[in-house]
Design a protein around this ligand. Structure first.
Ligand code: FAD
Length: 319
C-alpha cells in the first residue's frame, strides 16, 4: 500500500474502499456482490474493519481472506487492541499472514460497549503505538502498517467542539511516534471541513511526518446516519452543509444527490492541493462512492461489464 500511495506519479490519483462486516449471511453475499463491482474499477486496495470491541473478529478474518484470495484485491485488515490479549492479536496476525495478506491498519479501538474509557485488557496493549511496536518487533517488515490520524483531534480530546491547541499538538506528536515506530501510511478520520484536513497535513509536515496522509472521505448517504456518525466522532459540520441538508433531510434521494455533490467538491479541493490519494468509507454502499469517482473523472462507470471479467486467479496480487 505504501508503494501504491507513495510511488504514485503526479498525474495519477489513486483511491481505495473501506467496508465493514455485515450482520447476516445475506448481508455478506450482498457485500461481495458490491465489492466485486467496485473492485472492477481498480482501487489500490480495499480494507475491512474490525468490529467494535473485537465483536466481528472471526468474520473480519474470513472476509479479509476472501477479499485477498477470491476477489483478488490488495487487502488491508483493521486490527484493534480492545479486548485483545496479545495471543489473540498474534492469532489474527498469523491468520492473515498465512492467507497472504500484508497490510494492517493498527488501531487502539474504542472502549468496549458500556464503558466510556479505554481500559487495557490484561496481557494486551494500551494504545495503537504498542500494537505498531509489537507488529514490527515480531513480524519485522512482513506487514505494511497503516495508522489512524485525526485532523480535528481524537474525540477524547475534543471539548465543546474543539481540541485545545495543546491537546492538538500532543496528538500530532503522538501520531509522529506511531509513524516513527513503523506506521507507513496515515488514513484520517472522516471530516467535512476540507480546510481542517489540509491544515492537518501541513501541521504533520511541519513536525517531520513525511509519509502519505490519505484523506478518509465518508460520502453522505442518509441524513440520520450522517448526524449519528458526526456526533459520535465529534466532527465539525460547516454551517453551509447543515443549511443545505436541513430542507431536504426527509428526502433520501435528494440527500444522496447532495452527498455525491459534496463528496465530489471535497475531493476536487483535496486533489487541487496536490494530494493524489482518496480513501472512501463506503459504508458497504457502492453507488455513492462510484458516482463521486465518476464525477472526478477517475473511473468510467459505463465501461464496466458485469460478468466479472476482472476476476484473476488467486495469488497473483502483490502491489
Ligand atoms: P491511539 O493511536 O492509541 O490514540 C488514542 C488516543 O489516545 C489519542 O487521543 C492519542 O493521542 C492518545 N494516546 C494514546 N497513547 C498515547 C501516548 N502514549 N501519548 C499521548 N497520547 C496518547 N475502530 C474499531 O473498533 N474498528 C475499526 O476497524 C476502526 N477503524 C478505524 C479506521 C480509521 C481510519 C480511523 C480514523 C478510526 C478507526 N476506528 C476503528 C476508531 C478507533 O479505533 C478509535 O478512534 C479509537 O478510539 C482510537 O484508535 P487509535 O488507533 O487512533 O488510538
Amino acid at each position: 500500500i505504501l508503494e501504491a500511495t507513495a510511488a504514485n506519479d503526479a498525474s495519477r490519483v489513486v483511491f481505495s474502499f473501506e467496508f465493514f462486516p455485515p450482520k447476516t449471511e445475506d448481508g455478506v453475499d450482498n457485500l461481495f456482490e458490491k465489492m466485486e463491482r467496485m473492485v472492477a474499477h481498480n482501487p489500490t486496495f480495499c480494507d475491512i474493519t474490525w468490529g467494535a470491541g473485537g465483536s466481528t473478529a472471526d468474520l473480519t478474518l474470513e472476509i479479509a481472506n476472501r477479499m485477498q484470495n477470491m476477489v483478488c484485491v490488495e487487502t488491508m485488515m483493521h486490527l484493534t487492541c480492545t479486548n485483545m490479549p496479545v495471543d489473540q492479536i498474534d492469532h489474527a496476525l498469523a491468520t492473515i499472514k498465512s492467507n497472504g495478506i500484508q497490510n494492517v491498519l493498527a488501531l487502539r479501538g474504542d472502549p468496549p460497549h458500556g464503558q466510556d474509557r479505554f481500559v487495557q485488557v490484561e496481557g494486551g496493549f494500551a494504545c495503537a503505538l504498542d500494537l505498531v511496536n509489537h507488529i514490527r518487533s515480531k513480524y519485522e517488515d512482513y506487514f505494511g502498517i497503516t495508522v489512524a490520524g485525526y485532523p480535528e483531534g481524537h474525540p477524547e480530546v475534543i471539548h465543546d467542539g474543539v481540541a485545545s491547541p495543546e491537546a492538538y499538538a500532543n496528538e500530532l506528536a503522538y501520531l509522529k511516534k506511531k509513524v516513527d515506530a513503523g506506521g507507513e501510511v496515515i488514513i484520517t478520520q472522516l471530516f467535512y471541513d476540507t480546510d481542517i484536513f489540509l491544515k492537518f497535513v501541513n501541521d504533520c509536515r511541519q513536525i517531520g511526518i513525511t509519509c502519505p496522509i490519505v484523506p478518509g472521505i465518508m460520502p453522505i448517504n442518509n441524513y440520520k446516519g450522517f448526524i449519528r456518525m458526526t456526533g459520535f466522532c465529534k466532527t465539525k459540520i460547516p454551517p453551509e452543509i447543515m443549511a443545505a441538508l436541513e430542507p431536504i433531510k426527509d428526502n433520501e434521494e435528494a440527500v444522496r444527490a447532495y452527498g455525491i455533490h459534496l463528496g465530489t467538491e471535497m475531493c476536487k479541493k483535496i486533489m487541487a492541493s496536490g494530494i493524489r490519494t482518496l480513501h472512501l468509507y463506503t459504508l458497504n454502499m457502492d453507488k455513492t462512492a462510484l458516482a463521486i469517482l465518476t464525477n472526478l473523472g477517475l473511473i468510467e462507470e459505463s465501461k464496466i461489464s458485469r460478468s466479472l471479467p476482472w476476476r484473476r486467479p488467486a495469488n497473483v496480487h502483490r502491489v
